[in-house]
Design a protein around this ligand. Structure first.
Ligand code: COA
Length: 143
């Protein structure tokens, strides 16, 4: 299913670092989980999807206790056996993302061997998501 998936989170006391703002490790966990859900939904077989790389995650603005976080994920790029997902994190409905990053997943069989997922992105979808598609292509060519 190729549509933006949004996961919401509330920043709670146990999510904070020693500065009293959202801990990067917690944010990374949420971002990868949300990205996994996008990849698994598209693949249709969550049990076959594993994460192979988390690409440059940027923490642009801090989030605070009580903030409502939205993690918006979109599939950015498909390889033969891989799915790269872009995630943008918005706090309290800010238009500019506080955090962004990408994660790449691979489809594997029961023995953990990668297999071709046979998925493609329609041209119209790529056109609509041109910026993250190009970003993912650049990142993937360096992987
Ligand atoms: C994911 C895994 C099966 C890939 O194995 P592999 O032998 O590199 O597989 P392949 O060479 O067939 O590559 C499969 C795809 O992964 C991509 N890939 C492999 N290593 C990559 C990396 N470091 N970064 C991004 N993509 C990578 C390849 O480009 C290929 O994609 P493509 O078909 O779109 O070109 C293997 O690395 C693995 O089991 N990793 C552990 C996964 C895991 O446990 N994840 C949970 C995190 S704790």
């Amino acid at each position: 299913m190729l549509k933006e998936i949004t996961i919401s989170r509330l920043v709670k006391s146990e999510d904070l670092n020693h500065h009293g703002t959202l801990f990067a490790g917690r944010m990374a966990e949420w971002l990868v989980e949300a990205s996994f859900i996008a990849a698994a939904r598209l693949a249709g077989r969550p049990e076959d999807v594993v994460c192979v790389q988390i690409h440059g995650m940027t923490f642009g603005k801090p989030a605070a206790r009580g903030d409502l976080i939205e993690i918006r994920t979109n599939v950015a790029y498909l390889g033969g056996k891989s799915i790269t997902v872009h995630a943008a994190v918005h706090a309290n409905e800010d238009t500019a993302p506080a955090v962004s990053g990408m994660a790449t997943f691979v489809t594997v069989d029961r023995g953990g061997k990668p297999y071709a997922h046979g998925l493609t992105l329609p041209d119209e979808y790529v056109e609509r998501h041109r910026a993250i598609h190009e970003q993912a292509r650049r990142i993937r060519s360096r992987a």
